[in-house]
Design a protein around this ligand. Structure first.
Ligand code: AMP
Ligand code: MG
Length: 332
């Protein structure tokens, strides 16, 4: 049996996941930063948090998996995209472990981890993927060796939209789940900017407008209207990409995939086309948000595809790196 340890540290979450070569999830330990400021996640504060919790999260993951460090066969870490100082904490720990125990190391793309984890666990073959999280908002399909982007946000992500609006209401991170609960109490739709450009979405105008209305309208109506507008935009572009790619399955991945309203809206659209929709539910729901398991899975997939491990002095981090820059050898 091969054991893979994955380290996640792109943004708010420091996570360590351990899986085996049959893709049994042996542990999923995490610590999530609750940002103190009013501007969202400060990169320095995230790095400080990650370095403080790193060892304990690592030990917790090993303990739950009932393994020792020397039992680990492969180390993987999130190379980006994310906050530079935060990424370097995970990368440094991964390099240290790979060096001390002389193990292969794989720097992997965080967003690709969300995609592959969800596609694997929902047993989908060749889906259109709606990746919606704090770091990503994109529609992707696999084509000629890579996950290609068929539509995306041109500015902020949908997770950011909710978190920023929630901060304006004095709600702490993560704001998305609170907005979802508030939206259930909304009774009246307030007209907000709907901004779709081809297959792409633009959210910053929507955020500014909704934020400007906070003192003028009922906050439950605003949360409801914000969600309805943002999700209608996402459904429109997902439907267009579905028709263009002619896929028979849709997979929703990332933290915002936990939102039931989004899931039901996508499902209604998909049913019109006779297309199946999946996301992580039940016990697996917690894997929608950032975690070390999605990173470990990629390490395993590269290893099994015969991809050589990366030389330690080439294990860089990248604040910006797109999913469509990554070769996906296990799907070729
Ligand atoms: P991730 O970056 O994948 O960890 O996802 C975190 C993002 O997902 C944050 O922006 C959260 O506010 C958002 N999120 C989590 N749960 C929900 C939900 N139920 N509805 C909307 N957004 C959510
Ligand atoms: Mg993420």
């Amino acid at each position: 049996m091969v054991y893979v340890l994955g380290i996640e540290s792109t943004a708010h979450t420091f996570g360590v996941g351990i899986i085996d070569s049959k893709f049994n999830i042996l542990s999923d330990a995490r610590s999530v930063l609750r940002p103190s400021g009013t501007l969202g996640i400060d990169p320095g504060e995230a790095a400080e948090h990650h370095s403080r919790v790193a060892v304990n999260v690592l030990l917790e993951a090993l303990d739950k998996a009932n393994l020792k460090l020397k039992d680990i066969d492969i180390v993987a870490f999130s190379k980006g995209p994310g906050l530079g100082p935060a990424l370097r904490i995970g990368a440094t720990l991964a390099r240290g472990l790979a060096f001390k125990y002389n193990k292969p190391i794989y720097p992997v793309h965080h967003g690709l981890g969300h995609i592959e984890l969800t596609v694997h666990l929902t047993n989908m073959k060749d889906p259109l993927v709606l990746l919606v999280s704090g770091g990503h908002t994109a529609i992707l399909a696999f084509n000629e060796g890579r996950w290609r982007i068929y539509g995306e946000t041109l500015d902020i992500t949908v997770g950011n939209l909710f978190d920023s609006f929630a901060r304006r209401l004095g709600i702490g991170f993560p704001g998305g789940p609170v907005i979802e609960r508030m939206a259930l109490k909304g009774k009246r739709y307030i007209e907000l900017p709907y901004n779709v450009k081809g297959n792409n979405v633009v959210f910053s105008g929507l955020l500014t407008h909704a934020t400007d209305l906070v003192d003028k309208y009922n906050k439950y109506d605003l949360a409801y209207s914000l969600q309805e507008t943002a999700f209608s935009m996402l459904v429109e572009v997902t439907e267009r990409a579905l028709i263009q790619t002619d896929k028979k399955e849709i997979c929703i991945a990332g933290g915002v995939a936990s939102n039931n309203r989004l899931f039901n809206m996508i499902k209604t659209m998909a049913e019109d086309h006779g297309v199946k929709v999946g996301r992580l539910e039940g016990d697996l729901r917690r894997l929608n948000g950032d975690n070390g398991v999605q990173i470990a899975l990629l390490g395993l997939l590269y290893y099994e595809a015969g991809t050589p491990a990366t030389d330690l002095d080439k294990t860089f981090v990248y604040q910006r790196i797109r999913v469509d820059e990554e070769d996906v050898p296990w799907r070729m």
